[in-house]
Design a protein around this ligand. Structure first.
Ligand code: HEC
Ligand code: HEC
Ligand code: HEC
Length: 423
């Protein structure tokens, strides 16, 4: 039998023991980082584009229609063949913050890297650790993006980048509170709120990427649905902004269009402190006056006419028959349940497409942790023809305090055509 020299074994086990502690400490650090990275992925709403319902998280596949063709969001799980498992942290950083792929080619700005350029190094590191170690690898394969020429040439995007993206790190606002600056950081970087709420220029570039420019968050348009300005939100208190982002509803309004998904996948997962910071920042921006100021006299005239129900116009009659039960003759609805139509942003929008869309298809509140119930408004597309919807929408846009231009049957027909089932 061979003699055992136990001394090295003791030394080895002592080393193992020590490194075991170190490993454990490291693992704890790492699990904290992974948690933080997961939260940051919620702030960035990576899931909205990189996950499909019924498929593994982040396995890609969402088809983003652009006027250049269809762009597919890729698999960003740590799978080494189909995902980003071979990315170094530098390559991940270049893709997320600059839109540059490891082979030097450029991503299309359907991936919001112009905003993500402002993600801090510390947050980027946590995101990287999360995507490498906290996400399940998936071998899901995504269709290849093929745009029409010349946009099929990814190198062309380099010129787009030079021309438009600032690739500037986040600049804190001098003199503003820490809370406002936290809100600015979330909104301008991970939150990429500007990708929908900032007007787009001639090459689909966002006209501004931070609060130094008055065009930032001044309102945009998406799939013909007007995206409202977020500058100051003069009709809402900070708490109402927090409620809207946390639950998809507040005492005055409810989410619709693409904003519903933003609340579902991103803002409803944010901490109270981060939501308050966003609200403080949007208030800080100030700027736009309300679309429609409250006009008590006009509001009372409409309410009295609907209550008396005599000599009604066609629009008023259609409102009483189809809408009044929930939104009431006052147009005020019920706080947190039925949104206000008097003074509502969606009702007074220059482009009535969002309002028409809601009347035709109805709407449903998102289900969130703080407000799981989902009240729905039925669609009226089957029941009302284009002429009737136009009369009704015109009444809603001009009743109570509202004073927006009339809606034509042609505008209704156009929205109806864009809906999948024409309902
Ligand atoms: C609004 C949609 C959208 C959001 C939100 C989004 N992405 Fe993307 N992302 C895309 C699209 C589209 C592509 C592919 C673009 C292309 O093919 O040029 C992409 C590509 C990528 C790539 C390159 C992957 C590859 O194929 O090598 C990475 C990495 C990435 N995204 C990470 C993220 C992370 C991390 C987040 C969240 C912080 C995020 N994305 C949020 C749309 C999005
Ligand atoms: C994918 C596009 C998209 C993104 C990203 C987005 N929004 Fe929106 N947002 C919309 C649309 C569309 C509406 C209009 C909803 C409606 O008409 O009911 C809206 C409405 C809102 C409103 C209600 C304003 C009003 O006057 O009614 C607030 C507040 C808001 N968004 C905040 C944010 C914040 C904060 C972010 C970033 C964290 C953000 N949004 C990101 C599309 C988007
Ligand atoms: C059964 C009750 C009910 C009826 C009837 C109803 N609604 Fe609604 N409406 C709702 C609810 C609930 C919401 C909020 C849905 C959501 O979260 O998107 C809503 C949302 C809206 C919105 C969007 C408000 C916002 O803040 O974004 C508009 C505009 C609207 N309704 C107009 C109408 C009109 C016009 C009619 C008549 C054709 C009508 N509604 C009939 C319950 C109703």
């Amino acid at each position: 039998m061979k003699m055992l020299n136990l001394k090295p074994l003791f030394v080895a086990s002592a080393v193992l023991l020590a490194s075991g502690f170190a490993l454990q400490a490291q693992a704890e650090d790492e699990s904290q980082l992974i948690k933080r990275g997961e939260y940051l992925s919620r702030l960035g709403d990576c899931m909205a584009c990189h996950s499909l319902p019924g498929k593994p998280d982040f396995a890609g596949g969402l088809a983003i229609e652009s006027n250049l063709g269809t762009i597919y969001a890729t698999n960003i799980t740590p799978d080494k063949t189909h995902g980003i498992g071979n990315y170094s942290e530098q390559q991940f950083s270049d893709a997320v913050r600059k839109g540059i792929l490891p082979d030097g080619s450029r991503l299309y700005p359907a991936m919001p890297y112009p905003a993500y350029a402002k993600i801090s190094d510390e947050d980027l590191h946590a995101l990287y650790v999360y995507f490498m170690k906290g996400v399940q690898p998936s071998a899901e394969q995504v269709p290849e993006t093929k745009l029409s020429f010349p946009f099929s040439q990814r190198w062309g995007m380099r010129f787009w980048n030079w021309a438009f993206t600032a690739e500037k790190p986040f600049q804190p606002i001098g003199g503003a509170s820490a809370e406002v600056n936290r809100g600015a950081y979330i909104v301008e970087s991970l939150g990429h709120c500007g990708s929908c709420h900032t007007p787009r220029g001639f090459a689909m570039n966002e006209e501004a990427l931070d609060s130094s420019n008055a065009a930032f968050l001044a309102g945009g348009s998406l799939n013909n649905w007007e995206v409202p300005s977020l500058r100051g939100l003069p009709r809402w208190s900070e708490q109402e902004i927090v409620d809207y982002l946390q639950t998809g509803r507040n005492d005055k309004a409810a989410t619709g269009g693409e904003m519903k998904a933003v609340v579902e996948h991103s803002s409803s997962h944010m901490t109270d402190a981060d939501l308050k910071a966003i609200a403080a920042y949007l208030k800080f921006l100030g700027g736009n006056p309300p679309l429609q100021a409250y006009d008590m006299q006009a509001a009372q005239v409409t309410e009295a006419k609907l209550t008396a129900a005599k000599n009604l116009t066609e629009g008023e009659r259609l409102y009483l028959d189809n809408c009044g039960a929930c939104h009431f003759v006052s147009g005020k609805g019920a706080p947190g349940i039925f949104p206000e139509l008097d003074q509502a942003t969606i009702v007074n929008a220059k482009d009535p497409a969002g309002l028409i869309h809601t009347i035709l298809q109805g709407a449903q509140q998102p289900s969130t942790a703080k407000a799981p119930s989902t009240l729905a408004m039925p669609g009226f597309g089957q029941r009302l023809n284009d002429e009737e919807v136009a009369q009704l929408a015109t009444f809603v846009r001009q009743g109570w305090s509202n004073n927006a231009p009339a809606v034509t049957p042609a505008q209704v027909a156009e929205v109806r055509k864009s809906l999948k089932h024409g309902e």
